[in-house]
Design a protein. Structure first.
Length: 254
């Protein structure tokens, strides 16, 4: 493959269950669940799976990464993931991308392609020895890390701009600037995501025994009345009407 005349590629291997290993440029990387490594098709490489293959592979054209050959040589066949916040975020993101078929549909995949490449690039830069490159990578992925944090803490009632900023070691003003550059308003984003989480939960058969107020509380709404008004304004139905619309009628007894 290294001698192939096709476009040079970078492969990202995200490990599933069990261990695996790879080697390139004289380095050997052992991977466990939650870790990943990269290799290029421009130099010989070896992949090893003693207990069967359980991994996800992502292919990125090297030209799309916009990284010099020396940088790719430095980061290939190195174990990445826990221990580096950017690499850990990348490993989690790629695993979710691989496990969710909806994220790989043509329409969604098109919108995720560039952000995915940007995140992988940042993870590779953060693993390099040059601190300046690592700092640049942290800034590059700051918005992604903030959004990942928001999703992970969506149901927290004490989630505030001050808490989010402190978790990322930035000021509240800088937090708003980072999100604002992408047209994201913190309050509107949280309300929209929380409403959507409630909408999904209300449609689930396993949640039929739960009260609407408890579901709203789970996703960060402290006041049930306020939640109902916001839900109706967003979807045109009350939470109860939405739940009932997703319940199949019971067939008559014969």
């Amino acid at each position: 493959m290294a001698a192939d005349a096709s476009e040079p590629q970078l492969f990202v291997t995200v490990q599933g269950q069990g261990p695996s290993a790879m080697s390139q440029h004289g380095r050997y990387a052992r991977l466990e669940r939650g870790q990943f490594a990269v290799y290029t098709t421009t130099s010989p490489y070896t992949l090893m799976f003693d207990y069967g293959l359980d991994a996800h592979f992502f292919r990125i054209p090297i030209t799309e990464l916009a990284l010099p050959e020396a940088a790719l040589h430095e980061v290939s066949s190195r174990t990445l993931g826990p221990g580096d916040p950017v690499a850990a975020l990348t490993a989690t993101y790629l695993a979710q991308l691989a496990d969710n078929p909806e994220l790989r549909s043509p329409a969604v995949a098109t919108t995720l392609a560039q952000p995915t490449i940007d995140l992988v690039r940042a993870a590779l830069l953060s693993s390099m020895a040059d601190p300046a490159l690592g700092k640049e990578a942290m800034q590059t992925t700051l918005e992604l890390r903030i959004l990942e944090y928001l999703r992970a803490h969506l149901g927290d009632h004490d989630l505030s701009a001050a808490r989010i900023a402190a978790a990322h070691h930035i000021s509240v003003r800088h937090l708003y600037n980072v999100l604002g550059k992408s047209g994201i308003g913190l309050g509107d984003w949280l309300r929209t995501q929380r409403l959507e989480a409630c909408r999904r939960e209300l449609a689930q058969p396993h949640a039929r025994h739960r009260t609407i107020a408890s579901i709203a509380h789970q996703w960060g709404f402290a006041d049930a009345t306020h939640f109902s008004r916001a839900f109706r304004a967003a979807y045109g139905l009350t939470p109860r009407d939405w739940r009932n619309s997703k319940t199949e009628p019971t067939p008559p007894l014969t």
